[in-house]
Design a protein around this ligand. Structure first.
Ligand code: FAD
Length: 354
């Protein structure tokens, strides 16, 4: 088995496949897993409950969200009750995931890009992110709808209540948002939007956001910059063939609405492992039909529709939208999007794979 990419999807899949006794090699083009990180690393409650992430890599609980209109005045406060977020120390999470994959028997080759000449694999797992080379080479579907994001990470020195600040301003972040999440240990300041509609280069927009935002914590300079494309077109339809399959961002497994991909990549990896082991055990290619992106897409219809609406909201309409968000209905809707437990579907029951 060749797993391409040592992000969370690749390392989790490699660990699960190796623990089934399969001969697994992971190739990763980065030389180190603590550099070139793309993600903020916000994990939701449901992921923390269902997957064993190392507790010492999870930041303090963040239960408070402030939603800001473009004026940045009078934000709406939402408090998540037991459904908190946690911002993870991602280098620690990747190191832990790699050591688990190695302990299960997988081999990990860093600094090696796919295609790899000296590995003859019976089956290839594309966990190589939003712009997957594996998808193209296997003739599977590729992501076409993206937002692009950038963020800076600052150490902070405690004091403020852990808060996720979200700014809805289409001039700054068309089709998504600008954010500052401060959990008392680090502040992640970033924004993302549709590439064709950004008013300027991302670093410049981020600078103007950082300068304008009133609640920036007192912090030293940034210690890290992160960013990259986020596929928001939903799970791709054709994500498996007899030579391999896709997981994580490569499969488009990202919530089209929140752009969260950490929970989906873990869940899809588990399903992909079941399908792969069953296929390799039986040699029956019809097993792969169960790994059907179209079936996943059906679960995301509402969120795909909301993504289309949200991505087209013009700046002048945001003010009116905020009046709606301040009503009981609006607050309930926003809380559901932010704190709701509607995560990636668990497919094994629907599709009958043991
Ligand atoms: C700015 C930003 C912030 C985000 N914040 C959050 C968040 O807070 N919460 C959340 O849930 N989601 C977030 N996301 C989305 C989330 O990070 C991704 O959905 C998730 O990390 C996908 O994991 P993955 O393993 O599929 O892909 P990746 O983490 O992208 O891993 C792919 C790996 O494949 C490697 N690779 C690529 N091509 C090759 C090749 N040819 N050969 C060998 N290796 C290769 C890459 O180097 C990389 O290590 C964010 C995304 C961005 C861009």
């Amino acid at each position: 088995m060749l797993v391409v990419g040592a992000g969370l999807a690749g390392l989790h899949t490699a660990r699960l496949l190796a623990s089934q006794g399969l001969d697994v090699v992971v190739c990763e083009r980065r030389r180190r897993l603590d550099t070139g990180i793309r993600t903020t690393g916000i994990f939701v409650r449901r992921t923390l409950e269902d997957f064993s992430l190392p507790a010492d890599c999870l930041g303090p609980e963040v239960r408070r969200v402030l939603l800001y209109p473009p004026s940045l005045r009078t934000p709406i406060e939402l408090v998540g009750g037991p459904d908190e977020f946690r911002v993870a120390d991602m280098p620690g999470i990747y190191a832990h995931a790699m050591s688990q994959a190695l302990s299960a028997g997988a081999r990990v080759r860093l600094g090696v890009s796919y295609p790899v000449r000296d590995i003859a694999a019976r089956f290839t797992i594309g966990a190589d992110g939003a712009r997957s080379t594996v998808a193209r080479r296997l003739g599977l579907d590729v992501n076409r709808h993206f937002i692009v994001g950038v963020e800076e990470v600052f150490p902070v020195f405690g004091g403020a209540e852990p808060t996720f600040h979200c700014v809805l301003d289409p001039r700054l972040a068309p089709g998504y948002l600008a954010w500052m999440v401060d959990d008392g240990e680090h502040a992640h300041v970033g924004l993302a939007g549709h590439p064709g509609r950004l008013a300027g280069p991302l670093p410049q927009l981020l600078r103007s956001f950082t300068n304008r935002f009133p609640d920036m914590p007192h912090a030293a300079g940034p210690v890290e910059r992160r960013g990259g494309p986020i596929p928001v077109g939903g799970v791709l339809r054709r994500i498996a063939c007899p030579s391999g399959l896709l997981v994580g961002d490569a499969a488009g497994a990202v919530s089209p609405l929140t752009a969260g991909g950490l929970d989906p990549c873990l869940r899809l990896s588990e399903f992909a492992t079941k399908i792969t082991t069953e296929y390799l055990r039986t040699g029956d290619a019809s097993v792969l039909r169960h790994y059907d992106g179209a079936a996943f897409r059906a679960h995301f219809r509402g969120r795909l529709l909301l993504r289309q609406v949200f991505s087209r909201v013009p700046a002048p309409a945001v003010g009116a939208g905020f009046s709606l968000l301040r009503t009981g209905f609006g607050r309930a809707f926003a809380s559901r999007v932010l704190f709701g437990r509607g995560s990636f579907p668990v497919m094994r029951t629907e599709l009958g794979i043991p």
